[in-house]
Design a protein around this ligand. Sequence first.
Ligand SMILES: Cc1cc2nc3c(=O)[nH]c(=O)nc-3n(C[C@H](O)[C@H](O)[C@H](O)COP(=O)(O)OP(=O)(O)OC[C@H]3O[C@@H](n4cnc5c(N)ncnc54)[C@H](O)[C@@H]3O)c2cc1C
Length: 456
Amino acid sequence: MTDVIIIGAGPGGIFSAYELVKLNPGMKITVLEAGNPLDKRKCPIDGEKIKSCVGCKPCSIMNGFGGAGAFSDGKYNITNQFGGTLYEYIGKNRAIDLMKYVDEINLKHGGEGTKLYSTANSDIKKLCLQNGLHLLDASVRHLGTDINYVVLENIYNELKDQVEFKFNMPVSKVEKLENGYRAITEKGEVFEGEKCIISAGRSGSKWMETVCKDLAIPTKSNRVDIGVRVELPAEVFSHLTDELYESKIIYRTEKYGDLVRTFCMNPKGAVVNENTNGIVTVNGHSYEDPAKQTENTNFALLVAKHFSAPFKDSNGYGESIARLSNMLGGGVIVQRFGDLIAGKRSTESRIQEAFITPTLAATPGDLSLVMPKRILDGIIEMIYKLDKIAPGTANVDTLLYGVEVKFYNMEVEIDENLETPHKGLFIIGDCSGITHSLSHASASGVHVARYIAGEK
Ligand SMILES: Cc1cc2nc3c(=O)[nH]c(=O)nc-3n(C[C@H](O)[C@H](O)[C@H](O)COP(=O)(O)OP(=O)(O)OC[C@H]3O[C@@H](n4cnc5c(N)ncnc54)[C@H](O)[C@@H]3O)c2cc1C
């Protein structure tokens, strides 16, 4: 029987372990992680021999030390305006304080020297408002994929002698005991702990549903975000990205009154495949190291959909749309904006003739055969609006990759300590449905650790 079992070694699990060890050095902590240690996480896609996802188990992009964030762009957004609703549980000031604390830890472990961007006093806010767009407030620490890896490596090296890490240990069942919890792995190993923190992320979403069912933890359906990833020459957005790095801009469409937003902006970055439960969608990242940068900037344009009755499965809706794009394109589809507006599919030759080189080898096709009209109309409207603040966005050659889907876990019932109705069982990070970002997931880990260590 250990003191605390942590399920999942993503940012939520790592920061729980980090803070527990710091506040209570003698505490016995076991981390059970479905994926590999950081140095064994290798996605086989090399762009030459293996061009698309071959469905490895565990997936090195989503699973392993560092979680889904390990090869991410490492953008830590310090804000309550997006990235989750942690503040609704723990309060706005505390949420911001914890995000700043996480930032300090990252800086101490290799992130020093990276840039903190801020929307405060930015003229871009005014420019957006003048054009019917809204810029959300945030400070953004951009670690970059390379430095993010170094930070994770350093944190692991510091923790590995004080915390028992068990890799390749997917937990299949969590049982409640009289004085704690039992985690049983797929291979049948059994671990028992007085307290249990579950931080299984988005990749653990289906498994979380079974845990909640088994332990009768109430859940609520959440939203799904559907859209495309836009790729254009970096110069078009450079006045925004040089000053803010990432700008979160929201637009209310005139036609339907839907909200379309920019998401995950990657200056001089690359568009990548993402595999969620066997469905290939699109994402993006960028490096801090200039040698690894590209000539393009990419970002997503997303529309949120939330179904509640009679159909409740928002994620299922998103999955079906992504499956359709996989069926037509064998994976991700790419289309030039000009082709979409002209009602033509993009072809290999049209993509090659374009004045922009795609950073992802996707199948040229027609996104209007995949995306629901209402969503696509909203995205097109927003591209024309963005063209006003960043002329060139609506160019014929701007590339749209689809589909990008952001799946959200169902929201689980937890209190202000992120504790379930079962005393000593905590659900944190993205698998709780209340965080969807590195900073919020990490902050939720610190919050729970401080509560467990009796130091609220
Ligand atoms: C390509 C990509 C880029 C991203 N870029 C950014 C970004 O720049 N900024 C940002 O804020 N967010 C970004 N995100 C989102 C961010 O990575 C997540 O919000 C964050 O990692 C959530 O942390 P977490 O600890 O809750 O879950 P995760 O990071 O998903 O970690 C959960 C861990 O639990 C493990 N696990 C799951 N089920 C089990 C089980 N049954 N037993 C044992 N282990 C299990 C998984 O293997 C995984 O390692 C990105 C995501 C992706 C995929």
